[in-house]
Design a protein around this ligand. Structure first.
Ligand code: ASP
Length: 580
């Protein structure tokens, strides 16, 4: 038997017991005639003691141990004279009588501690060592708990976990597909699914009216920071539902995960239209942990001869509470921050609402204190506040101010990682115009149902159409998105037509789905949660990589196994592909 207990288990109540532990050497210390060995496994750390006076040979054996050796120690549990309150086993120690080295270890390239001295690259190359570190283990364990609780909740709600294939047909829509050559059908390719979308809809046609899957998805996108080419979704679909059913079921799922994994009462999940989100936060995934909502100033700020504002489509500002004491230097720095190419603002107008009630702005040449007082009133500002205003093309100004709002929220400590606020964003536009390709694209995907309109959706201009789509937003991140679907062949054909697919293209790509819609497809809708992101937000971390056991780096590489990598000449031949 390798162990009687794990390394986080022994307590005062175990005193006198003979115990055997197996694990890794965290560290060894020699003090007088004693050697202390900290032995670690994923449950914790226990101190073992070796005494030169009682067993010199054993103690010398302990002195030879190196960091990360795998060992087995047997000994008697004893109360410690100097207790360690930082660890759960800190009241006891093991008086060792036997030591077995199960395997030696080279000196690890970085320390296996809470905070390591290893940089990103080296930790990724030796991910199996990084995974030994307690903070990473906590993340991986939390991810496991979240998956279990999701399963638990969904099973209670009668959802069935059903697997869908990974080798499917390429139907590039939003992102690029990863493709897999078929040896048995030379010249033909499978694609890895970007999501199980069409399969889960087919399952609804087949009568499995509640489906879920915690499933890997693959998208060959240009990698932005913190994106993974393969990622995990909690993918769900329901039949005989309206939007309201879906919203209630899945805010229930989110609340359940928060309650049972985080012991946190998420409270109400509020709702907001896409239009309001854009108008008030400049963003379709607003962080509502703090207010600082946008106020439009066109009515107050135009016509005073300030050309920048007079020519702007939109003048819009936020009120930063208590920031009137920002120095000129701080404001200049903020302005430069806004002018960086990533944000691209031309400038930043400010109004200091001083605590003595006076108003001082960067545009005093054009606006007197009455004018500025009117802005302050419109923005609900109080003495001591700082107003920050941008202008220009409406969409750009909103986007820029949205970045500034988040930055000010962070600076003011209003985006705490231990506070959670969720909301649904509803009534998204159905289509967006693609200037490059000169055609309409589906904002969500082509299977999303258009919202009914008074005159009928075919008579409504495409730009005015809304979708039966919804996003679940948590702390400013989109954590889930879905829609009520089209379930009728004629409507789905019209949608493909609107998206610029010819009849032949539609039949070639999605004939199986159109066909299925002719055999009794029920009304249905669904959603998918980005599981990696959800884990990182619950874990209070910024990067999803910390919650994936074996992630890829920012260039999409796995540096541990060194993939992607060339294949052998023979493989090219078998696949009927030419090496280049
Ligand atoms: N398949 C969609 C996605 O991956 C989610 C959904 O509509 O259920 O974003």
């Amino acid at each position: 038997m390798y162990r009687t207990h794990h390394c986080g288990e022994l307590r005062l109540s175990d005193i006198g017991k003979l115990s055997t532990l197996s694990g890794w050497v965290q560290r060894t210390r020699q003090l007088g005639g004693m050697t202390f060995v900290d032995i670690r496994d994923r449950y914790g750390i226990t101190q073992a003691v070796f005494n030169m006076n009682t067993d010199a040979a054993l103690c010398e054996q302990a002195n030879k141990l190196g960091r990360e050796f795998v060992i087995q120690i047997t000994g008697t549990v004893q109360e410690r004279s100097s207790k360690n309150t930082k660890i759960a086993t800190g009241d006891i120690e093991l008086i060792s009588t036997q030591l077995v080295v199960l395997n030696a270890s080279k000196v690890p390239p970085f320390t296996i501690e809470e905070d390591t001295d290893g940089g990103d690259d080296i930790r990724m190359r030796y991910r199996y060592l990084d995974l030994r570190r307690p903070p990473v283990q906590r993340n991986i364990i939390m991810r496991h708990q979240m998956a279990q609780e999701a399963r638990h909740y969904l099973c209670q709600q009668q959802f069935l976990e059903i697997e869908t294939p990974f080798l499917i047909k390429s139907t590039p829509e939003g992102a690029r597909d990863f493709v897999v050559p078929s040896r048995m059908n030379v010249g033909q390719f499978y694609a890895l699914p970007q999501s199980p979308q069409t399969f889960k809809q087919l399952l609804m046609v087949s009568g499995y009216d509640r489906y879920f899957q915690i499933v890997r998805c693959f998208r060959d996108e240009d990698l932005r920071a913190d994106r993974q080419p393969e990622f995990t979704q909690i993918d769900c679909e329901m039949a005989f539902v309206e939007r309201e059913d879906v919203l209630q079921t899945f805010e229930g799922l989110l609340k359940h995960i928060f309650q049972y994994v985080k012991h946190y009462d998420l409270g109400d999940v509020t709702r907001m239209s896409y239009n309001d989100a854009m108008r008030l936060y400049g963003n379709d995934k607003p962080d509502i942990r703090f207010a600082m909502t946008f106020v439009e100033l066109n009515d107050h700020a135009k016509g005073n001869g300030f050309k920048v504002f007079d020519e702007a489509e939109l003048i819009v500002g936020i009120c930063a509470k208590g920031c009137a004491d920002y120095t000129r230097k701080q404001i200049d720095e903020l302005t430069l921050w806004m002018q960086r190419p990533q944000i691209g603002a031309k400038g930043l107008v400010y109004v200091r609402y001083n605590t003595d009630g006076t108003l001082k702005s960067s545009v005093d040449k054009f606006y007197n204190s009455d004018d500025l007082a009117a802005w302050a009133k419109a923005m609900n500002a109080e003495p001591g506040d700082l107003l920050l205003v941008v202008s220009g093309d409406a969409a750009k100004a909103r986007k820029q101010l949205s970045e500034l709002r988040l930055e000010m929220g962070s600076r003011l400590g209003l985006r705490r990682s231990d506070e959670f606020r969720a909301l649904w964003v509803l009534d998204f536009p159905l289509l967006e115009w693609d200037d490059d390709d000169q055609r309409w694209n589906a904002c969500h995907h082509p299977f999303t149902r258009p919202k009914a309109t008074a005159e009928g959706w075919e008579k409504t201009p495409p730009s005015d159409l809304k979708a039966e789509a919804y996003d679940l937003v948590l702390n400013g991140s989109e954590i889930a998105g879905g829609s009520i679907r089209i379930h009728e062949r004629p409507l789905q054909e019209k949608m493909f037509d609107l998206l610029g697919l010819t009849k032949e293209e539609a039949e070639h790509k999605f004939g199986f789905l159109l066909g299925a819609f002719e055999y009794g497809a029920p009304p249905h809708g669904g959603i998918a949660f980005g599981f990696d992101r959800l884990c990182s937000i619950l874990g209070g971390a910024d990067s999803i990589r910390d919650f994936i056991a074996f992630p890829k780096n920012n260039s999409g590489r796995d540096t541990m196994i060194d993939a992607p990598a060339p294949i052998e000449e023979k493989q090219y031949k078998e696949l009927g592909i030419k090496a280049n």
